[in-house]
Each structure stands twice: as structure tokens, then as C-alpha cells.
Design a protein around this ligand. Structure first.
Ligand SMILES: [Zn+2]
Ligand SMILES: [Zn+2]
Length: 412
């Protein structure tokens, strides 16, 4: 937690935002009067079971209280302000959360750290399930919005959008994409066809997307010794994705990558010597027939591996929770001072969260930084910092303050 003085300062800055441009940035969810709202307050604690009749009411609340974090329910309720079992669940949007916390990236080791709340044992990289020292399961984590992590999460998001539109047939208008303001992306499907799906039905959608139980043998393969029929790039659903995954693997794989799949040296040599020929013709029907002298079961191994990279690493718990609270669009993220922002689907590839979600663009602040890794905000890179006084652009200083990695010096 941040020191009192810094907490007051962040609160003051958040309030300033909601009383100026923030009021027009906030996006009320459809049918706002049926949603439950929840807020994390700077004064401490979480306020839940709030309801608003209109966007104006919500905006007034945000101006008055300027919470650290603001959420609304993916669900629609008869009585959003009632206790959980008396709300009268009417349906829910289908929401997806893709967060770098759930994706293994090589840089987590460098910039993330954790400390056991019970005994103080600390480490870097992924938080373990149990403390190696005392065995307890409660940690304080420090994670950072880093470029590599954010780019990885964005790739997973693009794969998800492709599955939702191509395989499930949602129109681009029904699928809204957002940057969360911290380390990930949110995808909301707002369509009548999904509203009444229960948790079990949502779990089936999740399983399809993460490829749970996917057996490539059932997706267009017919293997007789070294003669093989398999799926093509223009096949629908997982068939096409398996063909694409295999192509992408073949494009980049080294001899070692094949070895890791358990292929023998002679087989690997055969594949590598034919690689260009295979890749050039991969767009044809049954490209697998091009492969001479390699037994079918080896291709199945490659196809299984390629298919894995076509799945999207969503947070499975979020999607199946039909009461989930999700961050309000246009509101600030209490851990960064960035805001949740919508992304147009045709711009997602070039979208740069570390530029576009910046909120506090004016001026500079003097802060004392206890510890922070190197960070890019906007065009510039800052840090790493350790025990030092620095003057930084407001957005960078706010990020460090919100992370609890810095304290304000005489700005207040
Ligand atoms: Zn411990
Ligand atoms: Zn990273």
C-alpha cells in the first residue's frame, strides 16, 4: 500500500480527471439500470451492490467519490442493488480477460517480484502457489506493464477475436475490444444470443478457444502409413487453424524444435530438405500429400504442436463467472493511473497501450523512487530506479506512485 501522503495525492489527481475530461471518457454499459457497480475506494474497502439509473448519475458519483477502481457487472439484474441471491439474474454479456499475469513471458523473471505476507520470504518471476519457506498461500505481488508482456497479451487477443468472428460468427459490431489499463486486454461480446448462456455453456466456449481436449486426429486427418490426408488453410474452424499452426511451425522450426517433438534425426533431415517446397505449396488442398517419406504419425505430432499456438490464452475463470465485475471503460486503473480504453478492431495491430492509455499528460512531478525496473511510457524509456529522487513526467510519476514504488515530494 502507498504511504498516506501519496495516496491522498493520487486520489486528488483521480478526482481532477473525473471532474474534467474523465466525465466524457466514461462509457456507460448498455442497460445501465440493470447493472451492479462496484468500487475500490481510496478511503479503503470495496463498495458493492451499487446501481445507477442513468449515465449522468454514474458520472456524478465518479466526480464526487473518484474511486481508485470502478467496475460493473457483466450481468443484467432485475434489482442490481439487492443482495446477491435476490438480484434476479436476467443474463450476462460474454466477457474475456487476457492478462499477462496468466501468460508465461520471458521477462516476468526480470520485472516481477513477490513477497510472502506471512513470513516475508521474497522472490522474482512467477509467484509460486505456496511459499517455499512457510507453505502459506498469500503473497503481495509487484508486476509491471512491460512492452513484451503487453505485446504477448495483444497477440492472444487478436487470436481470440479471430476465433469469435470466424468460428462463432459474431459480427465485429458485437465484439468490443479494450485495453485494461494495466497488463492486458478485455473482449466483450454484447449480443442477445449469448446473454442467457449459463456457466456450463460458457465453459464450452472457453474450452473451444483454449483447445481443451482438442484431438487433431479428428480434424480432417486420415493416415495410412506414409500416405496422409490432412486439413487445408481454407478449412473452417480448428481444421484451418491446425493447417495454419503447422505452417507457422514449419516456417520457423529449427532441427532442435523437431527433436523436442520426439522426431528422429533422419526424419528431421527429410523435412528440412523439403521445407521450402512444402511451404510454397501449403495453400493447396491437402498440402500434406507433398510430404514424401515421412510417416503420418510424425506429422500428427507436428500438427498437435502447431495447433497449440493457435489457441488463445484467456483467463478461463472470468468468462465462466456469470456475475463477474469488469472494469468500467474510461475509468482509471488504480495500479497505474492509465485508463481502460476501447480499441477499434482494425487498429488493434498498431495499438500502443503505453501511449494511448496515458491519462496525465501535463507537467512533471518530483518523486522518491524506492525501486522500479526500466519502463517505457509514451516515446521515452525511464529507469531503472533504486532509492533516488527524480523529476518525471506526470504520467510516469503517477505510474510509480500507483504501484507503490514511489512517494511524492513537495508537489502538494
Ligand atoms: Zn512464507
Ligand atoms: Zn514483461
Amino acid at each position: 500500500m502507498y504511504a498516506m501522503k501519496s495516496s491522498n495525492f493520487i486520489h486528488k489527481m483521480f478526482r481532477k480527471y473525473y471532474r474534467s475530461e474523465g466525465s466524457s471518457m466514461l462509457e456507460a454499459p448498455p442497460e445501465i439500470e440493470k447493472r451492479e457497480f462496484g468500487f475500490i475506494m481510496f478511503e479503503g474497502g470495496m463498495l458493492r451492490h451499487k446501481g445507477f439509473k442513468s449515465k449522468d448519475e454514474l458520472v456524478t458519483f465518479m466526480k464526487d467519490f473518484a474511486p481508485s477502481d470502478a467496475y460493473y457487472s457483466c450481468a443484467y439484474y432485475e434489482n442490481p442493488e439487492a443482495e446477491m441471491d435476490e438480484k434476479g439474474w436476467l443474463g450476462a454479456d460474454l466477457v474475456f480477460d487476457i492478462d499477462a499475469d496468466h501468460i508465461r513471458t520471458p521477462c516476468n523473471k526480470v520485472h516481477d517480484s513477490w513477497i510472502c505476507v506471512n513470513c516475508g520470504f521474497a522472490g522474482r518471476g512467477y509467484t509460486p502457489e505456496k511459499c517455499p519457506s512457510c507453505g502459506m498461500e498469500k503473497f503481495e505481488e509487484k508486476t509491471w506493464p512491460c512492452e513484451v508482456c503487453l505485446e504477448t497479451a495483444k497477440n492472444e487477443t487478436m487470436k481470440l477475436i479471430d476465433i469469435l468472428t470466424a468460428d462463432f460468427g459474431f459480427s465485429p459490431k458485437e465484439v468490443k475490444v479494450y485495453f485494461s489499463g494495466h497488463r492486458g486486454y478485455h473482449v466483450h461480446v454484447e449480443s442477445e444470443t449469448v446473454q442467457e448462456l449459463d456457466a456450463v455453456a460458457r465453459k464450452e466456449i472457453v474450452d473451444y478457444i483454449i483447445g481443451l481436449g482438442l484431438d487433431v486426429n479428428f480434424h480432417g486427418f486420415n493416415v495410412y502409413g506414409s500416405s496422409i490426408i490432412g486439413p487445408s488453410l481454407d478449412d473452417a474452424g480448428w481444421r484451418g487453424r491446425i493447417a495454419k499452426g503447422t505452417y507457422e511451425f514449419l516456417l520457423k522450426a529449427s532441427a532442435n524444435d523437431f527433436k523436442r517433438l520426439g522426431l528422429r534425426k533422419r526424419t528431421i533431415e527429410k523435412i528440412l530438405s523439403q521445407r521450402n517446397h512444402i511451404l510454397e505449396r501449403w495453400g493447396q488442398r491437402n498440402p500434406w500429400a507433398l510430404l514424401k517419406g515421412i510417416v503420418g504419425k510424425n506429422w500428427i505430432k507436428i500438427a498437435e504442436y502447431g495447433a497449440k499456438f493457435q489457441t488463445s490464452q484467456i483467463d478461463t475463470v472470468v468468462t465462466t463467472d456469470i456475475h463477474r465485475l469488469i472494469r468500467l471503460n474510461g475509468s482509471l486503473h488504480g495500479k497505474t493511473g492509465f485508463r481502460k480504453i476501447q480499441i477499434q478492431q482494425n487498429n488493434i495491430e498498431s495499438f500502443d497501450p503505453l501511449k494511448e492509455a496515458i491519462t496525465f499528460r501535463d507537467g512533471a512531478l518530483k518523486v522518491f523512487v524506492s525501486e522500479a525496473p526500466e519502463l517505457r511510457v509514451g516515446e521515452e524509456t525511464y529507469g531503472p530506479f533504486k532509492e533516488c529522487k527524480v523529476e518525471l513526467p506526470t504520467a510516469v510519476a503517477m505510474l510509480l506512485l500507483c504501484k507503490g514504488a514511489a512517494e511524492v515530494l513537495n508537489n502538494v
